[in-house]
Ligand binder design. Structure first.
Ligand code: TXA
Ligand code: MG
Length: 353
């Protein structure tokens, strides 16, 4: 299949620029498109065969459900059942935006879209291209992150081309996304509201609307054991992984820098090609290896937006080992460390003096 790549100029795009993409989606084929979080790989959420095309293009296990993207709040009544009152309050506060809510699914949604589950995940993205595409196509768009399964999510069209060129009908190139980490996912389908995946919308913000919300306990376990049935099925698979073996170092910043520098020296002697994932603050302390900063610790949003890009850049430099610093875990930091730990397959070294 030849993948058509269409650049969309955000400063002057018109909905007619999306007509072709909308027609492709209505015909059951796939279009990758930007959202404010990461690029999504879209297909018609009501079409079971479009859902199977998504799984096939990504190489994703078909028990891992897809998020349904909508452009109007009224769509909720069509695709979900037993929507609690809190959901409308959360939607009022955070939609359109990086929040995904899980409800009992209606019979309109085929089980292929939800990986066989009786629940459906729903999000209204704020990206103008994404919203216009949903409206122009007149459908609900099922979209996982537009990366090959197991790889870091895609934050620019070039990443999507790397992973999916030749496998899907079209890629809409709207430039780099603004946030760079996927949406916060909350489960409202059972009595107990739970955060299944941290994101830009932090627990401190959610609590104001839904005081009893908690993190899913599975989030903090090392989900390497296949037998653990994680609430979000995607959580049990290896994720976000760069090609090099990634290890995270945790501890006091000066101890971490010293430990990484020592390990880099050791690995270089063994003939490994070593990458170091650092921050602007400590970058100058390293003298060996391929050193890449994800930005300043003073600006976690910047770190979030660069994380997946930097992981892919290590692949381009062909490193066999990546040694990473860790980052503060408040607010967005929760999401940053959640992705980084998964990318490392939970390989973590705790450094003390
Ligand atoms: O920001 C985002 O959410 C991006 C953009 C494209 O919207 N999408 C995204 O989709 O990250 P994906 O498929 O890469 O991650 C969705 C996660 C998976 O871990 C999946 O298992 C979980 O959401 N999920 C989806 N539906 C679910 C459901 N009904 N119950 C539990 N988990 C669900
Ligand atoms: Mg994903």
């Amino acid at each position: 299949m030849i993948t058509r790549i269409l650049k969309i100029d955000r400063s002057k795009f018109h909905k007619r620029d999306l007509m072709e993409a909308a027609a492709i989606l209505r015909a059951g084929e796939l279009v990758a498109f930007p959202t404010e979080t990461v690029y999504g790989l879209g297909g018609n959420a009501l079409d079971a065969s479009a859902a199977s095309r998504i799984y096939e293009a990504k190489g994703r296990p078909s028990d891992n459900p897809l998020i349904v993207h909508i452009a109007e709040i009224s769509a909720l009544e069509q695709i979900a059942e037993d929507v609690p009152e809190e959901a409308y309050r959360l939607a009022g506060a955070f939609w359109p935006g990086p929040l995904t809510m899980i409800f009992k699914k209606s019979s309109l949604i085929p089980s292929a879209t939800t990986g066989g589950l009786e629940t459906v995940a729903v999000r209204m993205p704020s990206d103008e291209i994404a919203l216009s595409l949903i409206r122009e196509s007149g459908i609900f768009i099922a979209a996982p992150s537009a990366n090959a399964s197991g790889r870091p999510s895609t934050t620019m069209a070039e990443h999507v081309i790397e992973d999916l060129d030749g496998k899907i009908a079209m890629i809409l190139d709207g430039g780099p996304v603004t946030m760079g980490l996927e949406s916060t996912i909350i489960d409202l389908s059972s009595g107990k509201p739970l955060i299944l995946r941290p994101g830009f919308i932090a627990i401190e913000q959610l609590i104001q609307y839904i005081p009893e919300i908690e993190y899913d306990k599975g989030l903090f376990q090392q989900i390497q054991n296949e037998k653990i049935i994680a609430k979000a099925p995607g959580m049990k698979y290896r994720h976000y992984a760069p090609k090099g073996e990634l290890t995270i170092y945790e501890g006091r910043p000066e101890d971490v820098t010293a430990a990484i520098q020592n390990m880099a020296a050791e690995k270089l002697l063994l003939g490994e090609k070593v990458g170091i994932l650092t921050s602007d603050e400590s970058m100058s302390q390293y003298t060996i290896g391929i050193i890449k900063s994800v930005g300043t610790r003073k600006d976690p949003a910047q770190i979030a937006s660069k994380l997946f890009t930097i992981l892919r850049e290590f692949d381009y430099s062909d490193v066999s080992i990546i040694l990473a610093e860790s980052f503060d875990e408040d607010r967005i930091g929760q999401a940053i460390m959640n992705r980084l730990r998964k990318a490392a397959g939970y390989r973590i070294v705790k450094v003390s003096k």
